[in-house]
Write a protein that binds this ligand. Structure first.
Ligand SMILES: [Zn+2]
Ligand SMILES: [Zn+2]
Length: 176
């Protein structure tokens, strides 16, 4: 869904988002969607600034960073962004100063791809280390078993109480 900037009317444009999509593909990563993407977007020109406002709701399957199992993750993003025309960058003077101060400024060319815009919003809202649950026990580093489902005999996490005094002694030595 590409919009030519020149075609945006004075009052702006409104889009309803209701889309069925198999995957979110971003930076060679691929996450399956569960159910439709829903939301809305408005774009409006205020002088040379392009204002994009909207919200998107979706559900994705993400791999848990601890146990690697996929789990449903709900996305609810709201955004209000400002874009400046690309040519401002090439011009000299005050406006270039603005872009130097604000490293987070975005720019638009002759067309803007609405789909790419909201897919990026979804991607950016995903957690760096997704967790299926805060209590996820992860995988055993020795035998690889999913500790949420099974337990193993590795006992790598448990500290034998008989070693506690020795540990305290060691800590004391380090402090001194
Ligand atoms: Zn997990
Ligand atoms: Zn194990």
């Amino acid at each position: 869904m590409e919009i030519r900037i020149a075609d945006i009317p004075l009052e702006g444009l409104f889009f309803e988002v209701e889309e069925q999509r198999d995957y979110l593909e971003w930076n060679k990563e691929r996450y399956p969607f569960q159910g439709p993407l829903r939301g809305w977007l408005t774009i409006r020109l205020m002088g040379i600034r392009l204002l994009v406002k909207g919200e998107i709701h979706a559900s994705l399957l993400l791999p848990c960073s601890r146990c690697l199992e996929e789990f449903p993750y709900k996305v609810d993003v709201e955004f209000l962004d400002e874009y400046l025309p690309l040519e401002v960058l090439e011009r000299e003077g005050e406006e270039v100063e603005i872009s130097r101060d604000k490293a987070d400024l975005s720019f638009y060319g002759e067309v803007i791809d609405m789909e790419a815009l909201y897919l990026e919003k979804i991607y950016l809202s995903l957690p760096m280390k997704p967790l299926c649950s805060q209590e996820c026990k992860g995988l055993c580093p020795y035998c690889g078993i999913n500790l949420n489902r099974q337990s193993c005999q590795c006992h790598w996490e448990e500290v034998d109480p008989r070693w506690e005094p020795l540990k305290a002694l060691k800590n004391g030595l380090i402090k001194n």
